[in-house]
Design a protein around this ligand. Structure first.
Ligand SMILES: Nc1nc2c(ncn2[C@@H]2O[C@H](COP(=O)(O)OP(=O)(O)OP(=O)(O)O)[C@@H](O)[C@H]2O)c(=O)[nH]1
Ligand SMILES: Nc1nc2c(ncn2[C@@H]2O[C@H](COP(=O)(O)OP(=O)(O)OP(=O)(O)O)[C@@H](O)[C@H]2O)c(=O)[nH]1
Length: 623
C-alpha cells in the first residue's frame, strides 16, 4: 500500500463536489443514530432508514423496466433488493434475437440472484469496474491502485482476465476488480464473453463503475451492458472517461440517456475527477461496511452504561481490534495490491484410518471441472492440492499426509489423530469422514471433538454409503443379506453420537463411486462463507430484544442479564456479551443463546463462540 499522502496526490482532487464529500474520520452512526428512542420506535426507525438507503441505491424507473423495492427477509440477513420486471430488448422476434434475449435474461437473473445472496461484510467492500473494451478500464484501475498490473494498450480486449487490487480513500480501503474485456466476435452484438466476465466480477461486487468512452458515440453494447447492470440492483456509477478537458466534460451529460443516476466525467489518464468518483462510490456502499468501522479515540471514553444507547459508538470496548480473528492476516495478504486472487478455502480431510480419506481426495481432485495444482503447504514437507472450480479455490491441506499410510493398526490410529489435529490448524473447513459400514466409533467422536473445539467449520461426510445401500439381486437386501440402511435413521444415530456437531451439515457420499461429491464442493463453499459472516451490532441488538430468555432452562442463579451483544470476530463468529456480572456463561445458557443466534442468522457449519464482559469491568480496572 502506498503511503497515504502519495496516494492522495496520485488520485488528485480536481472538481471536488461538496455533495459527495465524505465525512472524514467518523462513520455514520447507524446504531447510535437511533439512541435515546424507545425500543419499539427504534425498530421502526431502523427499518425505515435501511429501506430509504436501499431506495436511494436502486436505479430510477425507466420505460423499459421498473424496480420494486421490497424488504426481504433473507435466510442469512435482512436485505433490500430490487426486483426487476422482465423487459424485452428491441429487435426481438427473429430467432437469433430471441436467443440473445434469453441469454441476456438468464445472466441478468443470475446477477439479480447474486445481489440478493448472503453477504460477508467481514471483507472489504468490493467495487467492480466494467465496460466494453478499450474504454479505459485498466487505466482507471491503475490510477486507483497505483499499480501497473493491469495492462493498458490501444488494442481492444487487452485485459484478458479479472484483476484485483486495493485502494485507500478517505481513510478506508476498498477492493477493486477490473472485470476485463475481450475482443468481440461481432461488433453488432454484445460479446457474450463480456457478460461472462462481468457476471463473475459483479456477483461479488458491492458497487459497480461502468466505464464508457466519452469521445465516442453510445454503442449498442454500451446500452445493453447498462441495462444488464441496472437489473442487478447494486449501486451503479457511469464514469464517462477520456474527458480530458473542461470543455469535453460538459458532453458527459449526453450519456444520461443510458439511465444512470450517477454520471461522472473523468479522465483516468489525466487524473481528473477521480476523487469525486470515489467519494460517490464510497457514499453508496451498503451500510454494513460503514457500521462496522471502528470508532477512533474510543478507548477511555465514557464508560457509563446508557440503556438507550445502542450500537458500537456507545459501547466501550465493543469495537476492539479482532484479536481472535485468525483469518485476518491471511485475508489481508490476499488483498495486497493488484494481486490476482481467487477466494480460497482451506479444507482439511480428517478421520480415522480406512474411512476413505484418500479415495475422497482423489474424487474431489479428479472431477472434470477441477483444475488441480500441487502447492507447497505450510509445514516443511507438506504438499497442498489446490482445486479451482467456478471461480473459487479449494486448498486441500497436506495431501501427502492424507495419502500417507500408517504401519500397524494402533500406530495408524494414533497417527490419524495427530494428522487430523495438524490439518485442522491450517483449515477453514474440516471434512470429517465417517465410515458408513462401521458407524461412529469412539475414535471418530474423538476426532470430531477436536474439530469442534478448533473453531473450524465442519461438514460430516458419511462415506461408503454405496456399501450399505446397494441391494443385491433380490432387490431388497444387500449382497450379504442385511437390510439396506435407512437414511433418516442413520442420520439420527450419527447426530446422536456427535451431538456437539449439531451445526455441521451431513452428507451421505460414496467417494469410490463419486456419489454426491459435487455436493461436498457446494457445502464447503457455503460453510466457508457462513463462518465469515458478520452481523451488524444494530441487527444483533434487535435480535437480543426478540429473545425470550424465560425459555432457557437454566437455574435462576446461573442467569446473567445481557445488556447488549456485538460480533467481535469472524471465523468462527464470536460474540461479546455485555452482562451485569463477570461470570462464565453457564453451559446450557450458552447453548440456548447459540441456538437462538443460529435460528436468526444461521452460521451454517460453524461453531459460535461467546465471550462475556461485565459492563463495568473497565471502570473497576481503572480504580
Ligand atoms: N485521452 C485519454 N485516453 C485514455 C484515457 N484513459 C484511457 N485512455 C486510453 O484508452 C486506451 C485504452 O485504455 P485501457 O485502459 O487499456 O482500456 P480497457 O478498457 O482496459 O481495455 P480492454 O483491456 O480492452 O478491456 C489506451 O490507449 C489508453 O491510453 C483518458 O482518460 N484519456
Ligand atoms: N464401498 C466403498 N469403499 C470405499 C469408499 N471409499 C473408500 N473405500 C475403500 O475403503 C478403503 C480405504 O480407503 P482409503 O481412501 O485408503 O482410506 P483412508 O482414510 O485414506 O485410509 P488411511 O490412509 O489408512 O487413513 C479402500 O479399500 C477404498 O477402496 C466408498 O465410498 N465406498
Amino acid at each position: 500500500m502506498a503511503p497515504k499522502r502519495e496516494q492522495k496526490k496520485r488520485l488528485g482532487k480536481k472538481h471536488r463536489s461538496a455533495t459527495t464529500r465524505p465525512k472524514q474520520g467518523k462513520a455514520p452512526r447507524t446504531g447510535a443514530q437511533i439512541a435515546g428512542v424507545a425500543p419499539k420506535k427504534r425498530k421502526e426507525i431502523s427499518a425505515k432508514s435501511t429501506a430509504k438507503k436501499a431506495a436511494a441505491r436502486t436505479p430510477k424507473k425507466s420505460p423499459e423496466f421498473e424496480h420494486k423495492v421490497t424488504l426481504q427477509q433473507n435466510e442469512e440477513d435482512r436485505y433490500i433488493v430490487g426486483r426487476p420486471k422482465k423487459f424485452r430488448l428491441g429487435g426481438a422476434g427473429s430467432s437469433h434475437a430471441e436467443r440473445e434475449q434469453r441469454e441476456l435474461e438468464k445472466v441478468a437473473d443470475e446477477i439479480a440472484l447474486a445481489a440478493n445472496a448472503g453477504r460477508t461484510p467481514d471483507r472489504l467492500p468490493l467495487v467492480a469496474i466494467c465496460g466494453r473494451p478499450n474504454v479505459g478500464k485498466s487505466t482507471l484501475f491503475n490510477r486507483l491502485t497505483g499499480t501497473r498490473r493491469s495492462i493498458v494498450g490501444d488494442e481492444p480486449g487487452i485485459t484478458r482476465d479479472r484483476i484485483y487490487g486495493e485502494v485507500e480513500w478517505a481513510g478506508r480501503n476498498v477492493r477493486l476488480v477490473d472485470t476485463g474485456g475481450v475482443v468481440p466476435d461481432d461488433e453488432a452484438l454484445i460479446p457474450s464473453e463480456i457478460f461472462r466476465q462481468a457476471k463473475v466480477g459483479l456477483e461479488e461486487a458491492d458497487a459497480i463503475i461502468m466505464v464508457i468512452d466519452g469521445r465516442t458515440e453510445i454503442t449498442s453494447p454500451d446500452i445493453e451492458l447498462a441495462r444488464l447492470l441496472q437489473r442487478g440492483g447494486k449501486p451503479l456509477f457511469l464514469a464517462v472517461n477520456k474527458m480530458d478537458t473542461a470543455q469535453l466534460e460538459a458532453g458527459a451529460e449526453n450519456f444520461r440517456t443510458l439511465g444512470f443516476k450517477e454520471v461522472m466525467p473523468i479522465s483516468a489518464e489525466h487524473n481528473s475527477n477521480i476523487g469525486d468518483l470515489l467519494d460517490a462510490v464510497w457514499a453508496a456502499l451498503p451500510p454494513e461496511f460503514v457500521a462496522e468501522e471502528p470508532e477512533e479515540n474510543q478507548e477511555g471514553e465514557d464508560d457509563e452504561f446508557d440503556e438507550d444507547s445502542y450500537g458500537p459508538q456507545s459501547l466501550p470496548g465493543a469495537q476492539e481490534p479482532d484479536e481472535d480473528d485468525e483469518e485476518a492476516p491471511r485475508e489481508r495478504k490476499l488483498r495486497s495490491h493488484g494481486e490476482h486472487v481467487l477466494r480460497e478455502t482451506k479444507v482439511a480431510i480428517i478421520g480415522r484410518p480406512n474411512v476413505g480419506k484418500s479415495t475422497l481426495l482423489n474424487a474431489l481432485t479428479g472431477t472434470e471441472r477441477a483444475i488441480v495444482s500441487p502447492i507447497a503447504g505450510t509445514t516443511r514437507d507438506a504438499v497442498d492440492e489446490v482445486v479451482e472450480r467456478d471461480g473459487h479455490s479449494f486448498r486441500f491441506i497436506d495431501t501427502a499426509g492424507i495419502r500417507r499410510k500408517g504401519k500397524t493398526t494402533e500406530m495408524a490410529e494414533k497417527l490419524s489423530v495427530i494428522m487430523s489435529r495438524k490439518h485442522l490448524e491450517d483449515a477453514d473447513v474440516a471434512l470429517l469422514i465417517i465410515d458408513a459400514t462401521e458407524g461412529v466409533t469412539a475414535l471418530d467422536a474423538n476426532i470430531g471433538g477436536y474439530a469442534h473445539e478448533s473453531g473450524r467449520s465442519v461438514i460430516i461426510l458419511v462415506n461408503k454409503w454405496d456399501a450399505v445401500t446397494k441391494v443385491g439381486p433380490d432387490g431388497l437386501t444387500l449382497y450379504d443379506g442385511k437390510p439396506p440402511a435407512d437414511r433418516k435413521a442413520y442420520e439420527e444415530q450419527v447426530r446422536h453420537a456427535l451431538k456437539y456437531l449439531d451445526y455441521a451439515p451431513l452428507i451421505f457420499i460414496s467417494a469410490l463411486e463419486e456419489l454426491n461429491v459435487e455436493e461436498v464442493f457446494k457445502k464447503t463453499q457455503l460453510v466457508a462463507r457462513e463462518r465469515r459472516k458478520r452481523i451488524s451490532t444494530g441487527n444483533m441488538n434487535r435480535f437480543l430484544d426478540s429473545v425470550d430468555f424465560q425459555r432457557a432452562s437454566v437455574p435462576m442463579n446461573k442467569r446473567v442479564k445481557i445488556y447488549y451483544m456485538t460480533q467481535a470476530a469472524v471465523a468462527p463468529p464470536t460474540f461479546v456479551l455485555f452482562t451485569d456480572r463477570d461470570v462464565k456463561l453457564h453451559f446450557s445458557y450458552e447453548r440456548f443463546l447459540a441456538n437462538e443466534v443460529r435460528d436468526a442468522f444461521k452460521f451454517i457449519g460453524s461453531p459460535i463462540w461467546f465471550k462475556v464482559k461485565a459492563r463495568n469491568k473497565k471502570k473497576k480496572e481503572k480504580e
